[in-house]
Design a protein around this ligand. Structure first.
Ligand code: TEU
Ligand code: CA
Length: 541
């Protein structure tokens, strides 16, 4: 079916932390198979799987050493085939992570390339003349430090926008693109249902002498020339009934229309703008006004021509219940209502559906993410005390989202019988799937209700979006509209009660409540909302 993803709800699985079926402390493919009935009961339509390929795990699977094999921690290709078949039987599609901006430095291509300037694989990567003390330019990588690593053997350096163990592929080389296309077809021919394209806006780079003015990432953010590569990818994707979602930071909401329109490169992209961290550690929260501004601009700019991917959590960010919420179930439900009814395809990150919270890291030993360790070292070097550095790093580390999924209140949260690779949050006795399945008022059941609402009413995919109460600092409120129907979403995303004054044209209509996370309420011109109240109304008459 063409465009099936417009009415679909996605669920992101971080396999290392989802479910450990063979009890070695690491989540695996059999664990996902075991929990398919859970995913089915949740009502989601597709899974996006973070990388499960062969990898030395410098960046937890985002450094791939063999694109066509499964990491032994997760299982085998046979396990993957079983997962695909059983997921499809359960009515669940599978989207794989496609990591083609870079490979691992242990990929056979790079091992060859490193052998010398005349190796046939040399041009699969990006090299430039350098000395030990002088890199080709001063560009900085996302994970801290230079984008260049010196190679003594050849007197050159190779380029990487992430870790040194993640050398960037040379997309200018047609042979590289051919290899990638072949690999993509191989997966699609296996019957998977699409891709999430990792860091895809970085595949094209400016010339090495490009001068950086303000944005340090400008030389590799959606750089001109990328259109050619994206068009080639699109032509492969077009031959399959799949969905594609690109992680495309640096593609503005204006430009995103071109990427996601009917004949755009991809079906949708993840924007990264709304994740921006406001303020320093201590000033814990995202500013709701800024958050609303970004999200509503994307709703408006993509309008009815482009398409949004909706998310509030992923494996790279802290838990939203600890950022926009106050960690209460009510706040987790309010956030769900607020974003799940926007226009686009909603993604739910594992654990979000039960309101999992940030982890109270007590030492750097509990932290796994490489970028967090780099930042820690940089902070110490710049004179911070170990306590300050730890506080700063753990304020926003991506590891908050990587603690094992909390299945029950037992030992290790029901994730494994062995000490897991990453600590289990101590609140697993209070926040877990087992208890929430039985509790009608749980966050989990609120998610189920919203998923059903979207599925029963294609209206949520088709209708227009209109922000109201734009300057209200606590409330995220909007209308969804067609000529014949209107839905009103009112959410107080704050710890304080507040008053709202609705526009007369909204207040004058008759409304029926569709969903609430608290008491029943009615629409009037002036309404008081309690902290984290979240209401959905449908216009009648
Ligand atoms: O993240 C990439 C990522 O966040 C950057 O592309 C982003 O554009 C940049 O930080 C600017 O804000 C993806 C994965 O989600 C992440 O887990 C990996 O570590 C990374 O790619 C490398 O593959
Ligand atoms: Ca395991």
């Amino acid at each position: 079916m063409n465009g099936w993803w417009k009415n679909a709800v996605g669920y992101q699985i971080y396999p290392r932390s989802f479910r450990d079926a063979n009890h070695d402390g690491i989540g695996d493919l059999q664990g996902i198979i075991e929990k398919l009935p859970y995913l089915q009961s949740l009502g989601i339509d597709f899974i996006w799987l973070n990388p499960v390929y062969a990898s030395p795990n410098v960046d937890n699977g985002y450094d791939i050493s063999d694109y066509q094999d499964i990491h032994p921690d997760f299982g085998t290709m046979a396990d993957f085939a079983e997962l695909l078949e059983k997921a499809h039987a359960a009515g669940i599609k599978i989207i794989m992570d496609l990591v083609v901006n870079h490979t691992s430095d242990q990929h056979p291509w790079f091992l060859e390339a490193k052998k010398g300037k005349d190796n046939p694989y040399r041009d699969y990567y990006l090299w430039a003349d350098a000395t030990e003390n002088k890199m080709p330019n001063a560009w900085q990588s996302f994970f801290g430090g230079s984008t260049w690593t010196y190679d003594e053997n050849s007197g050159q350096a190779y380029f990487h926008v992430f870790a040194p163990e993640q050398p960037d592929l040379n997309w200018k080389n047609p042979q590289v693109r051919e290899e990638i296309c072949r690999m993509i077809r191989w997966w699609l021919d296996l019957g998977i249902d699409g891709f999430r394209l990792d860091a895809i806006s970085h595949i094209q780079k400016e010339p090495w002498d490009f001068k950086i003015s303000d944005n340090p990432w400008a030389p590799f953010m959606n750089v001109a020339g990328i259109e050619v590569y994206m068009q080639e990818l699109k032509e492969i994707f077009d031959a399959y009934p799949i969905m594609t979602v690109g992680e495309a930071s640096g593609v503005s909401s204006k430009k995103a229309v071109h990427w996601t329109k009917e004949d755009g490169y991809l079906n949708m992209i993840f924007e990264l703008e709304h994740n921006v961290r406001e303020g320093q550690p201590g000033a814990e929260r995202l500013n709701l006004l800024g958050f609303k501004k970004v999200l509503s601009r994307w709703q408006k700019d993509l309008g009815s021509n482009g398409w949004n991917a909706l998310y509030v959590e992923n494996h790279d960010n802290p838990r939203i219940a600890s950022i926009l919420g106050d960690e209460s179930p009510k706040s987790a439900k309010a956030i769900a209502t607020m974003y799940m009814l926007l226009k686009g395809t909603p993604f739910i990150y594992q654990g979000q559906e039960i309101g999992m919270t940030n982890f109270a890291f007590e030492s750097m030993e509990q932290v796994d993410a490489q970028d967090s360790h780099n930042l820690y070292r940089l902070l110490l070097d710049s004179g911070a005390s170990p306590e300050e550095a730890l506080r700063n790093v753990t304020h926003w580390t991506r590891d908050h989202s990587r603690t094992p999924l909390q299945w029950d209140g037992g030992m290790f949260g029901g994730f494994s019988e062995l000490l897991p690779w990453m600590a289990v949050n101590s609140n697993t006795a209070q926040v877990n799937i087992f208890d929430q399945e039985k509790d009608e008022q749980s966050v989990l059941n609120h998610y189920k209700e919203l998923i059903q609402l979207r599925k029963e009413q294609p209206f949520f995919a088709d209708s227009a979006f209109e922000l109201i109460l734009k300057n209200h600092p606590q409330v995220f409120a909007y209308l969804r509209k067609t000529d014949t129907k209107q839905v009103l979403v009112l959410t107080n995303i704050s710890r304080k009660p507040c008053r709202i004054d609705l526009p007369t044209r909204v207040a004058n209509k008759n409304w029926r409540m569709l969903s609430t996370n608290a008491e029943q309420a009615t629409v009037e011109k002036r309404i008081w909302m309690q902290p984290y109240d979240a209401w959905v109304f449908e216009a009648i008459g």
